[in-house]
Design a protein around this ligand. Sequence first.
Ligand code: NAD
Length: 299
Amino acid sequence: MAKCLVTGGAGFIGSHLVDALIERGDEVLIIDNLSTGKREYLNPKAKFFEVDLRDFEKIRPLFEGVDFVFHQAALPRIPLSIEKPAETNEVNIKGTLNALIASKEAKVKKFIYASSSSVLGGNVTLPMREDAPCQPLNPYALQKYVGELYCKVFSEIYGLPTICLRYFNVYGPRQPREGCYVPVIGVFLTQKTQGQPLTITGDGEQTRDFTHVFDVVRANILAMESDKVGKGEVINIGAGRNYSINQIAKMIGGKAIYIPPRPGEMRHTLADISKAKKLLGWQPKIKLKEGIKNLLEDA
Ligand code: NAD
């Protein structure tokens, strides 16, 4: 049994991760300020601390005696980062740095960082490999990239074992479904259940590699267990198959309309997942059609 700390453990991905760790029999602490997370997602068997990661003195003692830190907390929406670059910078960069310093001081065994495929930005060659140059297109992508760089530096300078998992468009139960910054599958499901047309941005031919949240959780646990990682490695966590937004709209079904494209977004994403297979023994299990079918049944 390990003692694990999950930042952002009341959020979409973090809460599923907490559930999986508790299921394994691990002791789990959660740090979350409930800015986008929800109280009802909190696992009652975890110890919850309603604290802001920007407040170093408050978070520092919570890391003492912790074996593994899963850093999921962030303000993770591209449009929000364009609207509020300073606030998102504070949470996504300073919050990450605070979590790294507290982890280093507490000598945690591994720091597992939730990064994002968006760090690669423009000019990508598909499938996207981890060693391609990063050219972030928006403040959020830049902030997530700085987090990756900090992880590597903390491994090199302070010997803190770190690993960065670059998630590709995560979807599944508890994904956000309301508000103006919500990702596409959540938007479509809400529109469908409310009998509204699905709003496709741009020409809808942009593609995304959608990854089920349960697969992402499994990758985190493998990253914790694997002794092949811990030097700030960056590893893609994606399904390894991409679909256009038009195809997603068809899978969900119903009338669709086209609205203007959003600024600062990539045209295509598709993960090369050979590194995850090699270093973590991970590969995705849930196919998009199956994942969407399950979401439609529960909607
Ligand atoms: P989410 O918004 O559901 O979860 C983030 C959590 O962090 C929330 O519970 C929120 O309350 C908490 N939080 C925010 N600011 C905080 C602060 N200052 N102090 C303490 N807690 C704070 O988002 P998510 O989709 O679950 O994303 C989790 C992580 O995965 C993020 O780091 C995000 O950048 C990364 N990621 C997500 C996706 C995706 O498709 N969802 C893709 C790539 C990367």
